[in-house]
Structures are given as C-alpha cells and as structure tokens.
Design a protein around this ligand. Sequence first.
Ligand code: GRF
Length: 212
Amino acid sequence: MKSLVILISGRGSNMQALLESGYPRDCMTVISNNPNAAGLEIAKNYGVATIVLDHRSFPDRETFDVALAEKIDACKPKLVALAGFMRILSDRFVQHYQGRLMNIHPSLLPAFPGLGTHARALQEGVKIHGCTVHFVTPKLDHGPIVIQAAVPVLPDDTEQTLASRVLQLEHRIYPQAVRWFMDGCIQFIDNRVEVTNSGSDGMMLYSPGLPE
Ligand code: GRF
C-alpha cells in the first residue's frame, strides 16, 4: 500500500476522519509543526506514527519548508494531506508536491479563501455554505477542486453552529477524496479534476439535500 502523510497544527478532527477511513494506518504518518497539537495524541492513540517539526526552531519559512519536505519525502508518500495545517507553504514546497498535495478548506471555494470563513459567510448573507477538498497550488486556496459539500445557512445560525454543520461534512468528504486519490481514480483535465472508475461513489458534490 502507498503511504499517506497528514500534516496538522491543532485539533486534528479531519486527521482523525482520515485515520478512521479504513486506509491502513501503518501506511500513514502524521506530522505537526506544533508540539502541542491535540491531534498528535489522537494519532498516537490510533497507533499512527507521528513526527513533530516545530517551525519556531527554524530561522525562516524556506528553511522550515526544506526540513519539512525532507521528513515527508522519507515516508515516500503518494499523497500529502493538509488537515488544519496552519502554515503558508513556500511556492517551492508546493511545486515539489504538485498534484499530490491536498487540502480541506471550510468554504465553497472560490468563495471565502483564507481565514474566518464562517463569520464572513454569515456577514455576506450567503444562503449556502460548505467545504471544499482541493489540490494545493501556489495561489492560496485556489487549486483544482476534488469534491465539495454544501449546507444551507439557517436564519438563526451563529459562527459556531454553521462551523459545526460544515465540519461534519468535512469529515465525510476528505476521506472520500483521499480514497479516490489513493485508488488512482483522480485525473486532471486542464485545471479540472475528474473522478473515474470509482464505482457508485463518484459524486463530487455532496449535499444532504441531494439524492445520493
Ligand atoms: C478545518 O475547518 C479545516 O477545514 C481547516 O482547518 C480546520 C482544521 O480542523 N483547514 P481540524 O484540526 O481538522 O479539527
């Protein structure tokens, strides 16, 4: 089985969803830039290999990214999955992993790239919100989209209620996208992602309101 590297910085709930996805855990390695990331304990409890690489012990972004790439490449991963990895990555790093670096973002991209997505969605009064799994490119939160999940924004939603509804769907679509990639079902057509030979679960938009 091909190896999967998961990069985290904090809570690690998306990482946990990946650990629970059925993909063999002995093929997974979790790397955190934050020694206090709660996700590290979760990974250890699942018996998954963990590595801590504290970005604060490096003089600059480039040096950290080179060291991070060394750790990642030692695992010979087929895919690197960012799961709440709160670091801007240098262009060189991103290019090194072109086509095999995925991220989960808590909005329906290209709407609301960056931070504070749920508050901004509420502020803009959008009626639909959600999350996106995409490939990472040098432009922040703008790479080819693999799968999206949509939720309605309800009149009494707060940032927290909306975030938690979206997070439930993050945990559903990220393992799906990773599985597609690991199974070799993902093809790039120009800047678009196509899912092929995935059987009946090739739906690239998930919304609880839509028939499955
Ligand atoms: C998630 O909302 C994810 O979409 C974003 O960062 C958050 C990480 O949460 N990239 P967790 O660490 O996976 O719980």
